[in-house]
Each structure stands twice: as C-alpha cells, then as structure tokens.
Design a protein around this ligand. Sequence first.
Ligand SMILES: Cc1ncc(COP(=O)(O)O)c(C=O)c1O
Length: 409
Amino acid sequence: MTPRLIPVTPANLSPTAHELEASWDALTAEELRRRGSLKWTVEPGVIGAWVAEMDLGTAPAVTAVLEHAVRDSAFGYTSPVLNQALREATARYQREVHDWRVEAEDVLALPDVLSALRAIIARHTPEGSAVIVPTPAYMPFLRIPGELDRELIAVPARRTRVSADAAAGWALDLDAIEAAMAAGAGLLVLCHPWNPVGRVLTHEELDAVAALSTRYGVSVFSDEIHGPLVLDPTLAHTPYASRPGTDPDLTFTATAASKGWNIPGLKCAQLVVSGEARRSWESSALSRNLSNQGAGIGAMATIAAYDEGREWIEAVRRYVRATAGEVEQVLSAAGVGVTRPEGTYLAWLDLSGTAAAASPARFLLERARVAVNDGVTFGRGFESFARLNLAAPRPLALETASRIAQALA
Ligand SMILES: Cc1ncc(COP(=O)(O)O)c(C=O)c1O
C-alpha cells in the first residue's frame, strides 16, 4: 500500500505572496542567529551572506509534511516506497515545470548532489582521466577531482560583455573545453544555472556542449540544483538532457529541491540517468547503494516541494529578484561590479579597483561586518571577486549593501 505522504491541511498551504513577503521582511538578524543555521553562526555578530542557504524558510506544504512526519516519528531509514514516490514526483515536476519528459524509472534517489559527482568520477569515467570544471566554480567541484586522485582542468569563463549587471557576460569557453576533451578528459561538470555567476545557459550553449560530448565521447555531469531558481521571468530553465543533441549514454543530471525550497540538511537529491550511463550506474554497488543513503523525511519534503510548493517558490523568485535589483543599485553606486543573477540567489561581485580588492571576504568581514564567500575559493583569477547571498530579508540585504558601500567609501 502506498502511504499517504501529503497531509491535507489547506488552511496552512496558501499564504498570499503579500503575506509571505511581509513575513520575510519582518525577519531580524537576531532571529536568524537564534535559529542556528550555518550561514548565521560561524561568524558571530555579523550579517551572514555567504553559504547557499536561504533565510526565507520553506514552503508551507513542506513544513506541513514535516510536522506530520514528526507526529508519526517517521525517522526510520528511507524505503523503496518513499523512493518510488520521490522518483515519480521528480519526473512529474520536470515534465510539468521544465517540459522535460523524464521517466520515473530513470530517476534515482541520492543523499545529495556531491555524492553522485564523487561516484561518477570514481566509477563512471575512464580510469585516471581528468575532470573539466568551468570557473568560477562552486568550490567542491574544484576539490573533489583531486580527492579522487584526478587531475582538475579548470576552464575560466570567457567575458563576452563586460557590463555591470550582465550575467550574460560570463560564458563557457567552448574552445578550451574542446581542447581539454580532445586531450583525453573524462568528464565535464556543468553547473546550470551557474553558481556563482548566476548564468542560465542558453540552448545554443547546451547544444554546443552536447555536440562536443558526442564528438569526443566525454560524459557530462549537469548539476541543476539551482534549476527551480531562475529569477529572470524572460528566461526558463532548460535541462541539459532535454536538448535533442545530448547523448543519454554520456549524460548524468543531478537535481534537488534542496536549494529552491531550502532543505539541504534533509539529505535528498536525485540523479536522472538513462541508457548506457544508467546501466553503468546500476552495475556499480557504490553508485547503486547511494539510493539507500538519503533521508526518508528528505524524500517526503522533496515530494511536497515539487508537488505543492510551486506557488511558494514563485513568490521567492519574485522577492529575490526585486531584492537583487535594489542591492545592485546600492553596490553599483559604490563602484562594485555587480553580476545580478539570471538564476540562483547569488550575486557575483567584482571588487577590483576598490579598497577590498586584495582580500574581499576579509575586508568585508572586518570593515562591513558582513560574511561573504571569497572569490579565490571559486578558482584562480577571481581573487578580487566575492559571492553575496541575496536570499535574505530585503531590509537585511539592503543593510548588507549599504554597509559594504560605506566600508568601500
Ligand atoms: C551548484 C551546487 N551544487 C551542489 C551543491 C550542494 O548540493 P548537495 O548538498 O546536494 O551535495 C550546492 C550547494 O550550494 C550548489 O550550489
């Protein structure tokens, strides 16, 4: 029998966007510190704007399902029944929201995205082959190949249009990616949308990557954890694997509700994989067993997010987008080059030419009492950049921006 996973509590499930925004605006730094998140507790007494966690809570439908799980003491191991419901909800979400025809049987449960990347490098790429990572890159992408005794080939982004607010100015260097593939690399790690520059890759870019992957027989790991967070209403997230030119045998896609619905601590992600890549995955015990290592309550929360949390995340996207515009105005006026994200809730700040250029995160921590991520951790060449988390109560995000502006003045 399939257990009832979604409790029916309609009164809790639909606050208006206005009510949500008012509740987010009202959150204080003191309250966020009290909640004890990583973002707010590592550097005491400062504004936490670094690690990719949101201050905006989660969807009421997710809270409801978790309250239900608490009442049921549903804290056991995850189960095939829960995993199956997760696979179906993921396929439904991808079909209905991203227009990607995914079969539930091609969705596999994971505890998190990075465990899949580790398994793919260790078990599903040619032994000893290098890993290509476009930079600036989410920091673990730069670390994991070396941990597995693989060479990292960092491919710095091409700057196509240097303008203050143009995420579109950061592009994949397809020539350098091709050269690395031709030289025998075994995997390309795509981050789509791209943390930290907030790019939503175009169909043309995705198709060019697919053509290179096919030509050189090199697998692609497409990390689409930020897919639900496309902020620009004129853009849409197109899953890499949904493009007609991609070869299923060479394609691994990772998704999760963990960024969009702010539940990374609940340990649940998904791998979408078919064809030869799926057979290869199933043939490895290390990879296969990852499906048993997620949290049951993470699966419940993810199902609620995908099925019932779509209006909530729409309100989040609108709120963060408006915040990003206001933060950009303040920072641009202070001489910071702001890459406003097309997707993700992360702004990429160019502090070159400012007093913070030599050591942005330390400068902003000491002088502005704001914790951001240092550019150098995203790859060589980004020493004068910093990543700023915009998923904050808007008054706090604006206080962050004005503290930075004052510190640079
Ligand atoms: C692009 C990207 N991938 C993966 C992760 C981590 O995902 P997980 O906790 O599922 O490994 C993050 C977290 O910020 C991220 O930004």
